[in-house]
Design a protein around this ligand. Structure first.
Ligand code: C2E
Ligand code: MG
Ligand code: MG
Length: 462
């Protein structure tokens, strides 16, 4: 089915970085055999695609671009060995070469990715081919006496419907491939607009470092109020970013990107510095507060975090017991041993440790007793619209009783209504954080709020 007249490439992978490529003519006859690098292979595939696009324009045809990837290849290599990954890809490329009559070009374009082209096929045909390839390749491969079943996904782009140039087509196929991993069928077609959001995410990652350097970020503070005394002992610091192009950005949009791009450490350092300096400023104004800072999972791997926090506290003359570190339940669970060791060290020094978004992870309540923690924050999902005698209320009651049994303070997040407050109070909750009391606000607004809310003499100090 080689409709494109010059040649097709069938990539055959050697276990080393280079790979051999068989160049075929239009009839499938072998022309030459060469060992080329991945880079050369990618270039050859690009050139072939460019050529096909030119030809298509003249003939008004279509080109289906399918990118096949090995799911979780990085984890396979990390947990098993590079040699296992190499051998798996080698076995896959051999099998792909065997079934190459179904498509016009096959090239290995990344360590774990193969590019397939189908000229003059419609969308349904391309989908069927992608589906069949994934099925055919999902056969057990024996490596080091163990059987592995490769899990593959495919991203699909149709030229001209989804892309006009070779660069756009390959990039969009890659975006579709990353979408495909989360689908049941393991195949995804490029969706309009995904490229723009992909580009936006890339530009956000690039801008974040600069934003940290030029203080484009700002910290908002939200009070946590004690239900018994109606006093505010602490605030949670929540980062905000006014992006010059995208405007106000909520942390949910950029924290995840900062984490996955390895930039979250500089962000945490910036927030810690801003918060500790603010504590010192408030102290000089007679406001003595504790502040909670969110600590992402990745930071718990950072051996220098403790000494950096210590230096910041000392240089601002703030005792460690004025800092609370909020770590999500899932972050604590991810790498329990080393995460717990870091947290235990912080706690020993005097900082308080809080489990954030409790109830959304998978930790058993029994595990809590082994953790170096002081407080537990019940996730908003359990609090919103809580009703008497509901399952949510029963869960909250169970969490509160258990936490109290272990000497922990319980904070409920996201309290927006008086009825939520009343019920939480009845269930024995200690501290509330939510829009009912105050939204997160810039430091200056918080200071104003504090003075207005607390009559003289009732101001609380830690
Ligand atoms: P989180 O730590 O659980 O923070 C609580 C979130 O709930 C905040 O969202 C807060 O604005 C919001 N919230 C508080 N009360 C209410 C309420 O009554 N109703 C509703 N609907 N929402 C309420 P925000 O500021 O958008 O932050 C979202 C998440 O982003 C945070 O969840 C935290 O995980 C992360 N985050 C925020 N700031 C930072 C930071 O400086 N560093 C890191 N690593 N993560 C941060
Ligand atoms: Mg938090
Ligand atoms: Mg939370």
């Amino acid at each position: 089915m080689l409709s494109y007249g010059s040649f097709a490439l069938a990539a055959n992978v050697s276990p080393v970085a280079s790979l051999s490529v068989t160049v075929l003519d239009a009839t499938g006859e072998k022309l030459e055999h060469a060992v080329v690098s991945l880079h050369t292979n990618r270039l050859m595939a690009y050139n072939h695609l460019k050529h096909s696009i030119k030809k298509r324009e003249a003939e008004n045809g279509t080109i289906g671009v399918i990118l096949i990837g090995v799911n979780r290849y990085k984890q396979i290599v990390e947990t098993l060995a590079h040699s296992v990954g190499d051998q798996m890809v080698h076995a896959l490329s051999t099998q792909l070469t065997d079934i190459q009559q179904e498509f016009d070009l096959l090239a290995r374009v990344a360590t774990d990715e193969f590019l397939l082209l189908l000229t003059d096929s419609d969308y349904e045909q391309c989908r069927t081919v992608a589906h069949e390839i994934i099925k055919k390749l999902a056969l057990p491969i024996t490596l080091h006496d163990a059987e592995f079943v490769p899990n593959l996904s495919a991203g699909l782009v149709m030229i001209p419907d989804h892309a006009a140039s070779a660069e756009d087509a390959v990039r969009r196929a890659s975006i579709a491939l990353s979408d495909a991993i989360d689908t049941i069928e393991s195949i995804a077609t490029y969706q309009d607009g995904r490229d723009e959001s992909h580009m936006r995410r890339l530009s956000i990652v690039a801008d974040l470092r600069r934003a940290v350097e030029i203080d484009e970020l700002t910290v908002y503070f939200q009070p946590k109020i004690s239900m018994d005394s109606m006093q505010v002992f602490s605030v949670e610091a929540l980062v905000r970013w006014i992006h010059p192009e995208h405007g106000f950005m909520a942390p949910d949009e950029f924290i995840g990107l900062a984490e996955s791009s390895g930039n979250v450490g500089i962000l945490t350092q910036w927030v810690l510095k801003a918060v500790i300096e603010q504590l010192s400023k408030w102290e000089r104004e007679g406001i003595k507060l504790k502040a909670a800072v969110n600590l992402p999972a990745l930071d718990l791997q950072d051996k220098s975090l403790f000494s950096r926090i210590k230096t910041l506290l000392e240089s601002n003359n703030i005792p460690p017991n004025r800092l609370i570190l909020e770590v999500t339940e899932s972050a604590m669970m991810r790498d329990t041993e080393s995460a717990l060791a870091v947290l235990a060290q912080m706690r020993e020094f005097g900082m308080a440790i809080s489990i954030d978004d409790f109830g959304t992870g998978y930790s058993s309540l029994a595990k809590l007793k082994d953790m170096p923690i002081d407080e537990l924050k019940i996730d908003r999902a359990f609090v919103t619209d809580i009703a008497p005698n509901s399952t949510k209320a029963m869960i909250i009651k169970a969490i509160i009783d258990l936490a109290h049994g272990m000497g922990l303070t319980v904070i409920s997040e996201g309290v927006e209504t008086q009825s939520e407050w009343d019920l939480l109070n009845e269930l024995g909750n200690d501290v509330v954080q939510g829009f009912l009391i105050a939204r997160p606000m810039p430091a200056a607004d918080f200071t104003k709020w504090w003075h207005e809310t607390y009559p003289k003499g009732k101001r609380s100090a830690a």
